[in-house]
Write a protein that binds this ligand. Structure first.
Ligand SMILES: CC(C)(COP(=O)(O)OP(=O)(O)OC[C@H]1O[C@@H](n2cnc3c(N)ncnc32)[C@H](O)[C@@H]1OP(=O)(O)O)[C@@H](O)C(=O)NCCC(=O)NCCS
Length: 159
């Protein structure tokens, strides 16, 4: 992990456990961010399943981003990591990723896994800059405008 996130961080910025009251804001961000967004039911199922779920919130209690991760049998899996488009490239994505990595380590996970679209340059740069390695390719893993898109499987070994 890098020593310090290079972030334009306001002191009021906090990463908090996701409360269902924040779901409307999360859904708005999700729909702006992805061409194939998660539905409200998927978010609710993730919360019900007890997945590690977080929001990045500012002083006005506005959601700037959110992250979901499952943890089981020694493996953690980043399911969603998203920063509202108005707040990107300020270090918030890295801040949330480092938070998830700390949570996984504290829960004695041995690896953090995730899938990322082959075309998602910003996310790939973020993950690889934190030491994630490409472990494989899932062909046609994601829906796409025209057909399907491959996903890289990335992993970070927690030692
Ligand atoms: C991927 C995402 C979470 C990054 O969040 P962010 O807050 O903008 O990222 P950060 O400011 O923390 O940047 C961290 C690193 O990511 C990379 N990065 C971020 N945005 C980038 C861009 N537009 N182009 C290239 N690299 C980028 C850079 O390496 C950056 O490090 P640097 O600033 O030291 O160069 C954000 O773009 C996002 O929410 N995208 C839509 C949802 C998504 O695709 N999530 C990932 C699913 S796997």
């Amino acid at each position: 992990m890098s020593a310090q996130p290079q972030a334009d961080l306001r002191p009021s910025l906090r990463i908090l456990p996701l409360h269902p009251d924040w779901l409307p804001q999360v859904l708005e961000i999700e729909r702006r961010a992805y061409e194939f967004p998660w539905s409200e039911n998927i978010f609710r199922d993730c919360i019900k399943a007890g997945y590690s779920a977080w929001v990045l919130s500012d002083a006005r209690e506005a959601v700037n981003g959110y992250a979901f991760m499952s943890m089981a049998a020694g493996e953690s899996h980043v399911l969603n990591l998203c920063v509202d488009d108005a707040y990107r490239q300020r270090g918030y994505g890295r801040l949330m990723l480092l938070h998830l990595m700390r949570i996984a380590r504290a829960a004695n996970m041995t690896i953090v896994l995730l899938e990322v679209r082959r075309s998602n340059k910003a996310a790939l740069k973020l993950y690889e800059s934190e030491g994630f390695q490409r472990l494989g390719l899932r062909k046609g893993y994601y829906p796409a405008k025209e057909g399907r898109e491959d996903a890289f499987v990335l992993g970070y070994d927690i030692v």
